[in-house]
Design a protein around this ligand. Structure first.
Ligand SMILES: O=C(O)CCC(=O)C(=O)O
Length: 251
């Protein structure tokens, strides 16, 4: 699946891109079955909100599942990611996300950069693949085009320090199962609550420059996290290359 030059130009201008049907129906079915079972048996990590839960997730599903390793390093998705970044990449992390159908709340407006302990962030991007249909009422994402080019705080305070962001146009992007969005680590985005009777299940994988190094100053939210990647990161020193087996090159 080759991207057109104008799609790459649009990503560079807007900071996100939807690519329909990067997965075959058989790949979606395999990952959905495996993902549903993993979400059932795991003690998931949680992002709570004042009135419910934004979402919960299984960290690094690729470490225990061949289907999710194939998905995180999927040849179509990774080729698109490298084309958009314009250089070779590694995987930083992959997360199997669930926005439950009961009690889920919106994903607040944020950019990813501040929570990623990576030097080399200018090329960092996320591929978010839907494993079920995600129309707006099931919690699809909304992106603020062009915000990756602004010097905005990335810790959720963009609206306080830059109130004009509330008046910028935004684009809500419903996805079919098997569709994918790619977003730059500096692009502001959010997601609706899931108000339907079906759980939203997706995989979000973050890719980074092959030369990226560790920035512990940005290792946020890691206290108390005992998943394998968090433990691995806590043992790394500042400036060390992120090049162990946790961070495979895409090619
Ligand atoms: O899935 C969501 O609601 C938000 C995901 C997100 O913020 C991300 O993948 O960067």
């Amino acid at each position: 699946m080759d991207l057109q030059d104008d799609e790459v130009a649009r990503y560079q201008r807007e900071g996100f891109l939807k690519v329909p049907q990067v997965l075959t129906p058989a790949e979606v079915a395999e990952c959905l079955e495996e993902g549903t079972a993993m979400l059932r048996r795991h003690d998931t990590l949680r992002w709570p909100s004042e009135t419910g839960m934004v979402m919960d997730w299984v960290a690094s599903p690729q470490l225990e599942s061949g289907a999710f390793r194939r998905l995180a390093l999927h040849p179509v998705i990774t080729a698109i990611a490298e084309r958009l970044a314009g250089r070779p990449l590694r995987m930083f992390k992959s997360e199997l996300l669930r926005k439950a159908q009961v009690g889920s709340t919106v994903t607040p407006l944020h950019a990813d950069e501040g929570g990623l302990p990576i030097n080399g962030v200018p090329v960092t991007l996320t591929a978010w693949v839907a494993l079920v249909d995600v129309p707006e009422p099931r919690g699809c994402m909304t992106f603020w085009p062009g915000t990756h080019q602004l010097a905005l705080p990335d810790d959720g305070e963009a609206l306080e320090t830059h109130p004009e962001v509330a008046f910028r146009p935004r684009v809500t992007v419903p996805l079919r199962a098997g569709d994918c969005t790619f977003h730059h680590a500096r692009t502001l985005h959010a997601a609706h609550a899931n108000r339907t009777g079906e759980t939203r299940i997706s995989l979000a994988t973050v890719y980074m420059d092959v030369e990226a190094t560790f920035d512990p100053e940005r290792l946020l939210y890691s206290e108390g996290l005992t998943d394998a990647l968090s433990l691995h990161l806590k043992a790394l020193g500042a400036g060390q290359p992120l090049s162990s087996e946790y961070f495979p090159r895409l090619r």
